[in-house]
Design a binder for this molecule. Sequence first.
Ligand code: B1M
Length: 207
Amino acid sequence: MLDTIYQSVLSGNAPETAQGVQQAIDAGLDPGEILNQGMIAAMAEVGQRFEAGDMFVPEMLIAARAMKEGLAILQPHLVDAGVEPVGKVVLGTVKGDLHDIGKNLVGMMLEGSGFEVIDLGVDVPPEGFVAAIQEHQPQIVGLSALLTTTMPGMQEIIEALVAAEVRDHVKVMVGGAPVTSDFANEIGADAYAADASAAATQAKRLL
Ligand code: B1M
């Protein structure tokens, strides 16, 4: 049964994933086991295949959507079973930037790795990130930018975190097509990830 869920996520079959998760719950399987051995294991495989160049963005998106549909069914049972998320991430695309496909994919991969994700959406000003960090107290804040003109906004956000005295409580991860590891170092971010799979790996490392 777990293998069917694993294969459905891996192949991006959302209806089959949802059905598999429901069947596993009805059969009395442990929700944590369904999550870890069925779904997260499949997303980890997706990440490895993506990194090896055996899987591409569209397939990763489809797998992530299947994961999301399965998670929607599993979520209340996880809460009932007391399975805690591994960590909390506040995620958003920076001010002036409306690109969200990559950011959404990052969010899905993080959820697939067991994180609770608070997605602030796009065009988020520095004060939006500060307010969300104060409210949700995440371990990590993830910033996405797709435009060279909005990249400097990442530094402004880090400065706003310092000014609001929350910088010491949260790790900053940055990413997006024009963002580089050198840029991340320059602005004082804690981590850079080139893609959604690497973002999940980095987030686990940051904990
Ligand atoms: Co725009 N756009 N766009 N666009 N757009 C780019 C980014 C561009 C490179 C196209 C080009 O000219 N070749 C260019 C930027 C040039 C530059 O700055 N150097 C550009 C431009 C110029 C613009 C406009 C200014 C165009 C105009 O109006 N004149 C305008 C700006 C609007 C704005 O934001 N204010 C604009 C608008 C749009 C659309 C609305 C039409 C649409 C966005 C739709 C949406 O997102 N809902 C769009 C699109 C689709 C693109 C391209 C074609 C594709 C982006 C994408 O979704 N890629 C893009 C060209 C390109 O990248 N080839 C382009 C797929 C996605 C899965 O990858 O987003 O890179 P990506 O995310 C990856 C990684 O970057 C990483 O993981 C993701 C998954 O692997 N990642 C992170 C992302 N965020 C991360 C965060 C992390 C870690 C990793 O940690 C927190």
